[in-house]
Design a protein. Structure first.
Length: 230
């Protein structure tokens, strides 16, 4: 005799299925602590501060002179002074008092003591001597440049240095012309410096071209072989 099945058994398919365990309350993950941002260096701070700033085409502002006639008179006085310096140098050459033979061709210049070995001049012009010290006179006034040059030459000679580079600029933007360039030639060939200098000439393009000069100094006198009595 067959077992009769119930007419409607809605839960028959769920036989043997276990109820899922009840889940507890969901545990939230604690937020990570926020780390402080790394400190900015000076370059980053400056770049951020200057963001959006447009640089001026020229950072040096020259005020208009109140008295224009005074500026014109100053330029004329500078020209008269330069003419006087040129005349004094020519008189020295004619009278034989100058110890230097100076040649200027365009912007190129060179000078050397009279009767100097031409081979030294050739080596100096071709850059054979290694530059041992240099002086940049850009931004100096005439008297400041003279003082700086004299101190530089004397100190280099005292230390036994002989091959130097002096940067004087071409003076093309100056209303008074190449004042420092002409001054360097005058200061090297007259006064106390003339007794320390052997030769000078315009530098090669890699060292400043006609805006600089190589300077060759005399040898520093050696110590006497005789000792002072004690």
């Amino acid at each position: 005799m067959k077992e009769e099945k119930p007419f409607n058994a809605p839960f028959a398919k769920l036989k043997g299925v276990r109820a899922a365990p009840k889940k507890g309350p969901k545990q939230e993950t604690p937020p990570r602590p926020l780390l402080p941002p790394p400190p900015e260096d000076d370059t980053s701070l400056f770049s951020r501060a200057m963001d959006g700033v447009t640089p001026l085409p020229q950072d040096t502002i020259m005020p208009d002179p109140r008295d224009r006639s005074a500026i014109v008179e100053q330029v004329r006085e500078n020209l008269r002074r330069q003419d006087q310096d040129v005349m004094d140098a020519l008189r020295s050459l004619v009278s034989g008092k100058s110890r230097f033979d100076v040649t200027c061709t365009g912007e190129y210049l060179e000078g050397h003591v009279v009767a100097l070995d031409p081979r030294l001049i050739k080596q100096l012009k071709s850059g054979k001597f290694t530059v041992q010290a240099h002086l940049d006179l850009h931004g100096h006034l005439q008297e400041q440049a003279k003082s700086a040059l004299m101190t530089f030459i004397r100190n280099c000679h005292a230390m036994g240095l002989r091959s130097l580079l002096v940067i004087h600029g071409r003076g093309l933007k100056s209303d008074s012309g190449p004042v420092l360039k002409e001054g360097v030639v005058k200061w090297l060939t007259t006064g106390t410096l003339s007794h320390l200098v052997l030769a000078f000439c315009s530098a090669r393009p890699c060292d400043g071209g006609t805006g600089a000069v190589y300077v060759l100094l005399k040898k520093r006198p050696g110590k006497s072989p005789w000792e002072r009595p004690r």
